[in-house]
Design a protein around this ligand. Structure first.
Ligand code: NAD
Length: 431
């Protein structure tokens, strides 16, 4: 099937490449010409494990193409995916101007029937607006359907998640749209859930908010553990063995970040309010999440007493491991706050050094290795749980630090071993 992707970012690029891998012919377009030039030159604008090889393979097979206008995308694909950003507005709602703009572009280019699919994360009832925009700006009698196909991929495991999803949600309004999407996804051999459009939109917001809630829940438990002298690792293990709860998303630490959870929780709260329901639980989820970072910064201050003038090594800058995405990264936030307090920050991340440099400006030194970052440091902070940090030669790190203090914001290291190595070691919710 011919498929078009409008918005070739984290979601659009991965979706396009995976649809091509499953045998479809895919055209990916983007308003960012530099990104398209990059992709055409065989380079990846983002780091995602396995992406570069996959894109190379499906391009060589002639099934994935980059470039063109949004009108070209409409001419090419029977299915047109909208994968543009839905960033937060100052009041916490979702900024739908990209989705609206693209919908107008699609409308103006509509000739034959097209199935327009929202893949961007949008508040419930956005599909109705998209349908209205299409009807308003398209030529009279133009045939189209609107569907919702929310995306659940995790950055860092995006290819695996897209090729082998837990479920594929199809929110449709017509039998025709359902049949097209079923055919599109048949090669994925994944469980398919067909719903009405609004329920599909809600499934995405409800899922992300629930996952964020799980993280905040365990972070609240971590706080109680610290006060009581218990171990949140043990508590989480005991909880997670209950199949009704499950072990995922019960890792205490600095809380969630990234381009999705913070904005999706806020947007879900905003649309709920608009619908007349005050989702106070979500406000609490956000508050607990913010508190996790505050507490961590306070711990650094407790250890160093005066932060100004101290050298602090920051290990990890991406919002989670295996990605170079620094959007809303708790690690970047912590680094920024300590730099603002006058500390000298030396940061290292296996992949996110450059993207973070752009965000942080000149005040933070970006280092080429963990060892370099830790050399001469008064304390080291583990802010993103990259596997590389677990495997570090910590004995060697201890020798190069000015003072052997490690604050582990992700509970990534073994407290017993770290203390045996002679570190003053603190983590989150563990005695
Ligand atoms: P992104 O910023 O990486 O990519 C969006 C792309 O859209 C950019 O390349 C941008 O240049 C392009 N774009 C913007 N306006 C355009 C226009 N008018 N025409 C053509 N292209 C345009 O964003 P993303 O992370 O891929 O997220 C996209 C959507 O998917 C968001 O709604 C997000 O919430 C949702 N989502 C993201 C993830 C994730 O892990 N990143 C997971 C699930 C859902």
């Amino acid at each position: 099937m011919n498929v078009s992707i409008i918005g070739t970012g984290h979601v659009g690029l991965v979706t396009g490449a995976c649809l091509a891998e499953r045998g479809h012919r895919v055209l990916c377009v983007d308003s960012d010409e530099k990104k398209i030039r990059f992709l055409r030159a065989g380079r990846m604008p983002i780091y995602e494990p396995g992406l570069e090889a996959l894109v190379r393979r499906v391009r060589k097979a002639g099934r994935l193409h980059f470039g063109g206008t949004n009108a070209d995308a409409v001419a090419f694909g029977k299915v047109v995916f909208i994968c543009v950003p839905t960033p937060p507005t100052p009041s916490g709602g979702a900024d739908l101007s990209y989705v609206e703009g693209v919908s107008r572009d699609i409308a103006r280019a509509l000739e034959d029937y097209r199935l327009v699919v929202e893949k961007s994360t949008v508040p419930v009832r956005t599909g109705e607006h998209v349908r209205r925009v299409l009807a308003k700006y398209a030529r009279k009698g133009a045939a189209f359907d609107v569907a919702s196909n929310p995306e659940f991929l995790r950055e860092g495991a995006a290819i695996e998640d897209t090729l082998h999803p837990d479920r594929i949600v199809l929110g449709v309004e017509t039998r025709r749209a359902e049949m097209i999407l079923r055919e599109l996804y048949r090669p994925f051999r994944a469980p398919i859930l067909v719903t009405d459009l609004k329920s599909a939109e809600l499934i995405k917001h409800a899922s992300n908010s629930f996952l964020a809630l799980k993280i905040s829940y365990i972070n609240a438990i971590a706080e109680i553990c610290e006060r009581a002298g218990a171990s949140v690792t043990e508590v989480a293990r005991g909880m997670g063995l209950d199949r009704r709860i499950g072990p995922e998303f019960l890792r205490a630490g600095l809380g969630y970040g990234g381009s999705c959870f913070p904005k999706d929780v806020a947007a879900f709260e905003a649309i709920s309010r608009e619908l007349g329901y005050h989702f106070r639980l979500l406000r609490e989820v956000r508050r607990i999440n913010a508190e996790a970072r505050d507490r961590f910064v306070r711990k650094v201050e407790e250890e160093l007493w005066i932060v100004r003038g101290k050298t602090i090594a920051a290990l990890g800058l991406s919002f989670k491991p295996d990605t170079d995405d620094v959007r809303e990264s708790p690690a970047v936030d912590v680094v920024r706050r300590l730099a603002a307090k006058g500390a000298r920050l030396r940061a290292y991340d296996p992949r996110a050094g450059e993207p973070a440099r752009e965000l942080l400006g000149g005040g933070v030194t970006i280092c080429g290795s963990a060892l370099e970052a830790c050399t001469g440091a008064d304390c080291a902070l583990l802010l993103t749980e990259w596997e590389e940090f677990r495997r570090l030669d910590w004995a060697r790190i201890r020798r190069v630090m000015a003072h052997p203090t490690v604050l582990d914001g992700r509970n990534a290291l073994d407290p017993v071993r770290m203390r045996e190595l002679g570190f003053t070691y603190r983590s989150v919710g563990r005695p």
